[in-house]
Design a binder for this molecule. Structure first.
Ligand code: NAP
Length: 285
């Protein structure tokens, strides 16, 4: 099986980067795919330019798929349908799709993969812990105040390293094929809990302000937030964070034989890198 080539779509992203590194460390042949990736064993792939897909997929045996910006957006179902058709034409045998919990658009894309006739896995994840350190919440935390649309529910945040471990298991362990792997962290936390834990670990006072979603989006759009990302923020904060995901699963432990990582443990390891430290002001002479 190690002679087969595993493709990773979104290979420079939060999960894709970790999955690619792990597969390489385990001795698998890999191909990283994204718009900007370059070098040996990588190929250009752009969701918005299907002419890039044929060369990107040719010769792959299996593929891990992360959609951008999110599987919940309206274009995802059609893109995933076209992707699956091209994967079949390229004789790819197994597709592992990263999905989001409780997202109706994502579930339509999941159905396309499940009914494709290919071997499949859906890795359906809760909100990532790394949204606080590698994504849209990082800048606010660093600046000392996180501003968000009012979240209506608690969330079982999951460590992206746990997601990568489960994805690698799905890609490499035959007995896991054709299963939905719904994965969460081990505990429900509010955003206030998370900001408190991060502030405590980094020795800083970090404020947390919530705004009505319309007020938040109007300000963000005035600052240049693209329409599709504004749609996504509304979908996530209004429709998905409504309490439907206020439960945990034991899938990480069932697949990996160890429990999912706790938020506090993620924060302690990340805080020690200085990622949430206040930006130093440059003194003008
Ligand atoms: N964040 C969460 O809490 C959460 C929770 C559940 C599920 N998810 C799912 O996670 C997925 C995102 O995965 P991720 O967080 O690992 O990725 P990510 O960190 O958002 O990284 C995006 C990756 O996609 C590539 N990319 C961006 N635009 C692209 C395009 N037009 N065509 C092809 N590649 C493109 C980027 O590389 P280039 O810039 O080089 O193209 C990069 O490799 C989404 O589908 C979302 O539904 C997220």
């Amino acid at each position: 099986m190690k002679n087969e080539i595993i493709g990773v779509v979104g290979a420079t992203g939060k999960t894709g980067g970790r999955v690619l590194t792990q597969l390489q460390q385990l001795g698998y042949s890999t191909r990283g795919l994204s718009r900007g990736i370059s070098g040996n064993n990588h190929r250009t792939f752009d969701w918005s330019d299907r002419s890039t897909w044929v060369a990107a997929l040719q010769g792959l045996d299996s593929v891990y798929v992360t959609y951008f910006p999110d599987l919940a957006v309206p274009s995802a179902e059609d893109d995933i349908r076209a992707f699956v058709e091209m994967a079949k034409a390229s004789e790819i045998k197994h597709v592992v799709l990263l999905s989001g919990r409780g997202e109706e658009g994502a579930q339509r894309a999941e159905d396309v993969v499940r009914s494709s006739g290919l071997a499949w896995n859906i890795v359906r994840a809760s909100w990532f812990m790394q949204n606080f350190s590698e994504s849209f919440m990082h800048d606010g935390l660093k600046a000392g105040e996180l501003v968000l649309p009012e979240p209506k529910a608690t969330e079982p945040f999951i460590d992206v390293d746990d997601i990568a471990d489960v994805v690698v298991a799905a890609l490499t362990r035959h007995e896991l094929r054709n299963q939905l792997l719904e994965i969460t962290g081990p505990e429900l936390l509010s955003f206030v809990d998370c900001v408190d834990i991060i502030g405590h670990a980094s020795g800083r006072e970090i404020g947390f302000t919530t705004l009505p979603v319309d007020t938040y989006l109007a300000a963000a759009k005035a600052d240049g937030l693209p329409e599709d990302i504004a749609w996504l923020i509304n979908e996530l904060f209004v429709n998905v964070l409504d309490g439907r995901n206020e439960s945990t699963t034991d899938t990480v432990e069932r697949v990996l034989g160890r429990p999912a990582r706790r938020f506090e443990s993620y924060v302690m390891s990340v805080a020690s890198t200085g990622i949430w430290d206040e930006e130093k002001q440059v003194m003008e002479s």
